[in-house]
Design a protein around this ligand. Sequence first.
Ligand SMILES: C[S@@+](CC[C@H](N)C(=O)[O-])C[C@H]1O[C@@H](n2cnc3c(N)ncnc32)[C@H](O)[C@@H]1O
Length: 220
Amino acid sequence: MANQLDSTPGLLGYVRDVSLRDDEILRELRRETADLPGGVAMQVMAEEGQLLGMLVQLTGAAQVLEIGTFTGYSTLCMARALPVGGRLVTCDITHRWPAIAAPYWRRAEVADRIELRVGDAVDTLAALSAERGPGSFDLAFIDADKANYPTYYELCVDLVRPGGLIIIDNTLFFGRVIDPAAQDADTVAVRELNATLCDDERVDLSLLVMADGITLLRKR
Ligand SMILES: C[S@@+](CC[C@H](N)C(=O)[O-])C[C@H]1O[C@@H](n2cnc3c(N)ncnc32)[C@H](O)[C@@H]1O
């Protein structure tokens, strides 16, 4: 069995050089976000944004749900990849960060495909379930407060259609998942969710050792 390659800074730089398709809107949004406290850690890395766009294209997802907008980088990457008529609902608990995103979404001409819902995402997802019913999304991307990950996952299993995709970000959580000393609520929630997913008969899964860990789950 081949082993996982160590990802050195040199190798990651090479990957970026030979595979990242970038543009001025993405670069400017990354620059503006990097100036915010904790901005770099919160935003998906550029390569992950590109992967999210590809996953939207590969699945042909026309109804996309995102939990955790922040300054809208992952939103932008997925919205650009939507088919004609596709829509993306993105949730955040505050207007503060998505307000930064809005001009970039307009510049990229995807603002009309994006619906922002502000409030606690648990309430937003319950409202979406009541409004649209189970199975109403083709793809869901979970990237908000980690302590609620198990709840978001359960709600997404309901909201995503059979054959649809659930993507969970930060499933290695800066490596803390394997540190027994890390017992904070966020780490415990991610660790516990990871432990249940492998035996969850409702989904097929793959955990990608990319960025901070990205788990892909196809709903059966
Ligand atoms: C890691 S960031 C999302 C990053 C984003 N996907 C990107 O690529 O830029 C997490 C976001 O979740 C939001 N958030 C935290 N708790 C939340 C909650 N209970 N409900 C909804 N959003 C929440 C935060 O305000 C923050 O903007």
